[in-house]
Design a protein around this ligand. Structure first.
Ligand SMILES: [Fe+2]
Length: 179
């Protein structure tokens, strides 16, 4: 089965609007953020700007998921350093099962792996985040990020979900498109 799906019933604004709104969000990040090796910040949805709160609340309502947490990835390669760490290694997320992704600056691909008999991960699927609709990704399976465009800051917002990918997709099968 696929490990990713687009939510067809939620439409994202033009990427330029998302980028403008992101600029208003950056000053709210705290210093701890820049010490995380994945440049990831676990964030209460209630601390986002109203614009991003509305997007995530719409996704929650549409999918029928209950969560108060989101994750913000923000890695300004030019400003901080020229290496991307953490999420580029194949891994499984342990604190959340599914992430619904709203890409802001996303010059990257998302890769899924299966475990081989010798335990090494084997690349099986690669997707690009859609710009028109949020993308649901199954992060309970082995995955990693592939940075394609190194000149851009990487900025994505993710709704953290704790229910399985298959449950969420099954309940919403008339609203999503598997990738
Ligand atoms: Fe991950």
């Amino acid at each position: 089965m696929s490990n990713a799906a687009e939510i067809l019933t939620v439409k994202l604004d033009d990427p330029n609007i998302l980028k403008e709104e992101w600029e208003k969000l950056i000053p709210t990040f705290d210093e701890l953020f820049y010490q995380d090796e994945s440049y990831r910040l676990s964030y209460p949805i209630a601390k986002l700007t109203p614009y991003f709160q509305n997007i995530l609340e719409a996704i929650k309502l549409e999918l029928g998921v209950v969560t108060e947490k989101c994750a913000i990835f923000y890695h300004d390669i030019i400003k901080f350093d020229n290496k991307m760490r953490g999420t580029t290694r194949p891994h499984v997320d342990t604190t959340r099962a599914v992430a619904v992704t709203v890409p802001i600056h996303a010059g990257d691909l998302f890769a899924f792996y299966t475990k081989q008999p010798d335990n090494r991960p084997k690349l099986t699927e690669m997707i690009k985040y859609g710009l028109e609709h949020p993308t649901i990704v199954n992060i309970s399976n082995i995955h990693s990020t592939f940075i394609v465009e190194h000149k851009l800051p990487r900025a994505i917002l993710q709704l953290n979900c704790y229910e399985s990918f298959s449950n969420i997709c099954e309940r919403n099968k008339d609203k999503i498109k598997l990738l």
